[in-house]
Design a protein around this ligand. Structure first.
Ligand SMILES: *[C@@H]1O[C@H](CO)[C@@H](O)[C@H](O)[C@H]1NC(C)=O
Ligand SMILES: *[C@@H]1O[C@H](CO)[C@@H](O)[C@H](O)[C@H]1NC(C)=O
Ligand SMILES: *[C@@H]1O[C@H](CO)[C@@H](O)[C@H](O)[C@H]1NC(C)=O
Length: 615
């Protein structure tokens, strides 16, 4: 009995899981969507990308900075000062940081285990000497760290090097330059952190500006059995420091909490991969994975995060009668006992739960990076689009919908499948939406409002659920440069029919038959384009169901030995939100006079032209 129940339950769970996953499979695939995909002058496994402006890209590599203005490449060599590390693995200058600083272009690199920075002066990079130059690049590539550049200020987690290169110091997050004082985090805030991202959330007044730091850390409070957990630390950017003079330079407002992303059953995705801040909506998106490398995305409203930080008790703290709560952003010095309490017990009792207390989506795929865009569509409704990247250079475009997310498109921007090292959106261009993608070998500019993948019919365009695309003047087009068009016409398949769309139909409008004679011993099959990974396909013979099919490589084949009798064979498609339809049709008849009658067929072939090749 128990076994039965477990079986049935298992079945139900796996069924509901499968259902959810159908929508998380990329519906269509588009190869080489990039308007511009270029190869780097040389392969750079540790490439660092810096987009100075939409037409000017810098890439840091091994002893070089490349500049690309979207027509030509230029190379600036930057050698290490000296190579007193011969024989060691990274005895070169790996440029790991390029940015524009005070109007000049700056590059920082490992400088053969002795990090340094250079400034572009005319055609050459000249070495800079300053108090902070060793803290903008790690000693060798591949180390974990985080740099936050905000306005004219820069923060870093890279420790200052001692002479022998050993850094025994505790992990800290500190301001390197900008308005003084150059504050840093102290105490127990960071234990054994793996940094993921840092960002500034602006308040109504400058005093309310906060820094959020996202990282993985040891689960030292041991409130659950997880060894490592995703954390968020929050501090007041403009705080005045503690009343205690010898702690004046430390952040006295820094607190942290655990970031939760998971389902209601308490299954959490505990590895934080990436964070994206959708500033216009005050929403922070987090990409998480679990030990099986399945992914989930959660979003957090900054005001919800703020509420937790301003109401929760501190874990392990017993003082309840502090005049000033720890973590408040004030324009006065933090009272000593408040600062001490924050320093001794920086972790909140309450956790940060995602918006609506659920994931935006969960999937079996393993994603490593994300960016999020929003676009105003029909009736001024805002639609959010999440772009996630896998480890092997594939992008998925996932639309957040009221009834759950949907994976609308898979894009392969590179010629060589390779890990995506850089993913960013151009937010300033309102005419088109551009995504920049970089790998160790290639760089690509991908138009998010490219609608060619759905340009077959009005209903294909509408069914794509791609919020950037609409049906105008007989074509599936970007709605960004068609903003004056009839937006309300875009979203309903019914409207397509009103406009008497000519979807291919059987009957009088059938295209002329072409006849093919097929002779043995050729292996023969008929094939049906099965483009949508979210649809089901099956073959019929006459009016009868023959077999359902599982597409391979976007096709559904019916092989010769199943085609037993003359007649009509059809491939049908059904997809959620759309009527069942005919995709392709074949007509077979016997050739009477042939001596090889058993194998010789006359094939009348009608492929309904619903498929435009998007490759
Ligand atoms: C998850 O991905 C990482 C990095 O690619 C890999 O090392 C690990 O073996 C994967 N784990 C599983 C369970 O597939
Ligand atoms: C979210 O759900 C969890 C588990 O069901 C619960 O403990 C928690 O209080 C909820 N949080 C919010 C903010 O609703
Ligand atoms: C792709 O990789 C191959 C082999 O590694 C290399 O020969 C080729 O140049 C690469 N193509 C591009 C565009 O990087």
């Amino acid at each position: 009995m128990n076994v039965c129940l477990a079986l049935i339950l298992g079945l139900c769970i796996s069924l509901s899981y499968t259902y959810e996953n159908v929508r998380m499979k990329p519906r269509l695939t588009q190869l080489n969507p990039g308007d511009c995909t270029v190869a780097l002058p040389n392969k750079q496994p540790n490439a660092m990308f810096y987009l100075d402006n939409p037409d000017s890209l810098y890439i840091g590599g091994e002893e070089v900075v490349y500049h690309y203005d979207f027509s030509t490449w230029k190379e600036y060599p930057i050698k290490a000062e000296k190579y007193s590390c011969r024989g060691k693995d990274f005895c070169r200058n790996f440029v790991t940081y390029v940015t524009r600083n005070d109007g000049y272009l700056m590059a920082c690199g490992t400088n053969a285990y002795s990090p340094a920075c250079w400034k572009l002066d005319g055609e050459n990079f000249e070495k800079i000497s300053s108090s902070w130059d060793g803290q903008l690049s790690p000693r060798y590539p591949g180390l974990n760290y985080n740099i936050l550049k905000t306005g004219s200020e820069t923060y870093s987690t890279i420790p200052k090097q001692s002479n022998n290169g050993a850094s025994t110091k505790k992990a800290t997050f500190r301001k390197l330059f900008g308005k003084e004082p150059l504050r840093f985090t102290g105490g127990d805030l960071l234990k054994n952190p793996l940094f993921v991202k840092s960002l500034v959330v602006e308040g109504e007044e400058e005093m309310q500006n906060r820094i959020f730091l996202f990282f993985m850390d040891d689960n030292s409070e041991r409130r659950t059995t997880d060894k490592r957990v995703p954390m968020i630390a929050r501090m007041c950017k403009e705080e005045k420091g503690s009343e205690k003079p010898d702690e004046r330079y430390m952040f006295s407002t820094a607190l942290k909490s655990r970031l939760i992303c998971g389902n209601q059953e308490g299954q959490y995705y505990n590895f934080l991969q990436d964070i994206y801040f959708l500033e216009s909506q005050d929403l922070i998106y987090g990409l998480f994975t679990n030990p099986w490398n399945h992914s989930a995305v959660c979003s957090y409203k900054t005001e919800d995060i703020e509420l937790v930080f301003s109401t929760s008790d501190l874990f392990g703290s017993t003082k309840k009668d502090l005049k000033i709560r720890p973590g408040q952003c004030r324009s006065e010095l933090t009272p000593q006992e408040t600062a001490e309490e924050a320093g001794n017990h920086p972790e909140l009792v309450d956790w940060i739960w995602p918006s609506k207390n659920k994931t935006v989506f969960q999937t079996l795929d393993y994603y490593r990076k994300l960016v999020v865009d929003e676009i105003t569509v029909v009736n001024k409704e805002i639609s959010r689009v999440i772009i996630v990247a896998t480890d092997d250079g594939i992008l998925h475009k996932i639309v957040e919908q009221v009834d759950g997310a949907m994976n609308v498109l898979e894009m392969k921007p590179f010629n060589n499948m390779s890990k995506i090292l850089f993913l960013d959106l151009d937010l300033n261009n309102r005419e088109q939406r551009v995504l920049y993608v970089g790998s160790a070998q290639e760089f690509s500019k991908v138009r998010l409002d490219d609608c060619r993948a759905y340009n077959k019919s009005c209903s294909d365009c509408v069914l794509s659920k791609d919020p950037y695309c609409g049906w105008f003047g007989g074509e599936c087009q970007s709605i960004l440069n068609n903003s004056t068009g009839p937006l309300h016409d875009l979203t309903s398949e019914a409207l397509c029919e009103q406009k008497s769309e000519t979807l291919p139909q059987r009957g009088s409008m059938s295209p002329p038959l072409t006849e093919n004679k097929v002779l043995p011993p050729s292996v023969f099959y008929i094939t049906c384009p099965a483009e949508s990974k979210q649809a089901t396909y099956w073959w019929t013979y006459g009016d009868n169901l023959m077999e359902s099919c599982t597409p391979h490589n976007g096709k559904c084949d019916l092989i010769f030995d199943k085609i037993k009798a003359p007649g009509e064979y059809r491939c049908m498609e059904k997809e959620e939100g759309r009527k069942q339809r005919l995709v392709s049709e074949f007509k077979f008849s016997m050739e009477n006079s042939s001596s090889r009658m058993r194998h010789s067929w006359l094939v009348a072939l009608v492929i309904i032209p619903v498929c435009i090749n998007i490759v």
